[in-house]
Design a protein around this ligand. Sequence first.
Ligand code: FES
Ligand code: FES
Length: 159
Amino acid sequence: MTERRMMLELQVNGEKRAVSVRAADTLLDVLREELGLTGAKPGCLTGDCGACTVQVNGIPLKSCVMLAVEAAGSSVKTIEGLNNRRLQEEFIRQAAFQCGYCTPGFLMNIDALQSACPNADAQVIREWVESNLCRCMGYLEIEAAIRSVMTGTAGNHRE
Ligand code: FES
Ligand code: FES
């Protein structure tokens, strides 16, 4: 039996895209397999780790648990389309990653936080990113990078 497919139209990183999808495809499947955007990572595939986080209409969402068809007509931003130099450079400056598998998800989530809540305090920041998990490191460097970007200071986790 042939699989039923349908056309999905959406904007991805500012470009109009039309792609053939199956009803059960997740947004993560389509981004990675149909559009070749592999920055959003498959981790748990159950919505728990945040490695697959992208922004849909500016809202950070786990693309592994969102059906692609639910994104019809939406504007999707992935790590490939992120242009937040300050945030990206701060992660490098603070060495806030080891293998980097979790990093795209963190960056997409924090970028959304900067827009939604630019004055977020430490508690809000912690709660905002608590659904992003990192298996390699403690969160000190990551927290320091986020705090530094959010407050506009150039702190260091060792300070
Ligand atoms: S892969 Fe989507 S939340 Fe873990
Ligand atoms: S740096 Fe490896 S999972 Fe976070």
